[in-house]
Design a protein around this ligand. Structure first.
Ligand code: PAF
Length: 280
């Protein structure tokens, strides 16, 4: 496994054999089973697999959120070694954002709703770093988890609008036994917070069942999801949304497909999750 911090060295490894395919898994480290599933899919679909580790400061909209982001580089490298990753890229902060950096990538409307409304500037930070990673690495495919549904949506829009020459692959959300979506932020939960964090999956599962039984009115579903979460003493809803998965616009009545998404503070840790429901 090659590990590099340097842009030119990265390019050298990447283009050693220009004929073979590369899958890239962009990460901010603190790797977990969700990342492992992305890497395994990349391994199955490409001759070479690269993983980037970079905690991107410009996507955090609060300094405390940035400083509390977990870091575990030795553990991460062990996981990457076990997964037979070919190239690990840990860029230097000064190479990515030199002091005179002033070019940002922004996907307009869909970056400002849902997560973007709660975390202004977040997606501008994400699309800027992802565009830089894609430009430097030039992967054939890049892998992202469905857990960050809006992030995926925004990145796909950017790739389409700016004509990036790669394929974005969506990988399913990986869950713990109680349904909690695996995330680096789960490490910040207290033991009681961890127990109560199942409220997100319970709310989503309630809506899924209610829709299967025939409920179509989204205000009813949202009211009941709120009630479910309110039963958990450490949980506080940031937003609950039922939207058209093609546009992310909220809908009043469910037609064929919908994206149910939510953000909840559990013991002050902000967790997100979602489900796409398809009607037959
Ligand atoms: O999902 C993440 O870990 C980050 O948002 C990403 C895509 C690596 C960009 O920093």
């Amino acid at each position: 496994m090659n590990i590099t911090h340097e842009l030119n060295e990265l390019r050298r490894y990447r283009w050693q054999d220009s004929e073979s395919s590369w899958g890239l898994v962009p990460t901010m480290g603190a790797l977990h089973q969700g990342h492992v599933s992305l890497i395994k899919q990349a391994r199955a679909e490409n001759e070479n697999v690269g993983v980037s580790i970079f905690i991107n400061p410009i996507q955090f909209n609060s300094p405390i959120d940035l400083t509390s982001y977990p870091v575990s580089i030795d553990h991460d490298l062990q996981i990457l070694e076990n997964e037979d990753v070919d190239l690990v890229w840990i860029p230097n902060q000064k190479d990515i954002y030199p002091s005179d950096f002033q070019s940002y990538v922004e996907v307009e409307n869909i970056s400002r709703i849902l997560e973007g409304k709660s975390r202004p500037g977040h997606f501008r930070g994400v699309t800027t770093i992802v565009a830089i990673l894609f430009n430097v690495f030039q992967p054939d495919k890049a892998y992202f988890g469905q857990k960050d549904a809006q992030q995926l949506f925004v990145i796909k829009r950017m790739v389409q609008d700016l004509k990036f020459n790669l394929q974005i692959i969506t990988c399913p959300t990986v869950r713990d036994n109680d349904g909690l979506a695996i995330s680096s932020r789960n490490q910040n939960l207290s033991s009681e917070g961890r127990k109560q964090a199942r409220c997100l999956f319970e709310a989503l599962s309630y809506s899924k069942k209610a829709i299967e039984k025939g409920e179509r009115i989204t205000s009813e579903l949202i009211k009941n999801m709120q009630k479910i979460i309110d039963e958990f003493t450490l949980a506080k809803v940031d937003y609950l949304s039922i939207a058209d998965p093609e546009t992310l616009n909220e809908v009043e009545k469910i037609q064929k497909r919908c994206l149910i998404s939510l953000a909840v503070f559990v013991d002050n840790v902000r967790l997100i999750d979602n489900m796409i429901i398809e009607l037959e």
